[in-house]
Design a protein. Structure first.
Length: 113
C-alpha cells in the first residue's frame, strides 16, 4: 500500500513538473514572438527614416559595435516617433551621429621613471 501511495505521489509530482515546463516553454515562445515583432517594427521605422547608404553604414557598425548601433537605432526611432525628424538621415548625417556616439579611445600613457 505504501509503495502505491509513493508511486502516486511521484507520478503527480512528475505531472506537475511537466505542466510547469510546458508553461515556461509557452512563455518563452511568447517572449520570442514579441521580440520578433519589435525587431520587425524597428526595421520598418529605420527603413523609412534612413537612406540606403546610412542604413548600410549602421549595419556595418552593428557588426563591430552592437551596443553603440543599438543605442543609435533607439535614439533615431525615438526621434522619428516624436516627430523631430523632418528628413531622411543621409550617410553624412549618419557619420556625424556615429562619430558622436562611438566612445573615444584612450591611448595608454606609459610613464617611465
Amino acid at each position: 500500500m505504501e509503495a502505491d501511495e509513493l508511486e502516486e505521489i511521484r507520478r503527480r509530482k512528475l505531472m506537475e513538473l511537466q505542466a510547469q515546463r510546458e508553461r515556461e516553454l509557452e512563455e518563452l515562445q511568447k517572449q520570442q514572438e514579441m521580440q520578433k515583432q519589435i525587431e520587425a517594427q524597428k526595421r520598418a521605422i529605420l527603413r523609412k527614416i534612413l537612406e540606403p547608404e546610412a542604413k548600410e553604414r549602421l549595419a556595418r557598425v552593428k557588426l563591430a559595435y552592437p551596443e553603440v548601433a543599438e543605442a543609435v537605432e533607439n535614439q533615431l526611432i525615438y526621434l522619428a516617433q516624436s516627430g523631430r525628424l523632418s528628413t531622411k538621415i543621409s550617410d553624412e548625417m549618419m557619420k556625424e551621429i556615429l562619430r558622436r556616439a562611438v566612445p573615444k579611445k584612450r591611448e595608454p600613457k606609459i610613464i617611465r621613471k
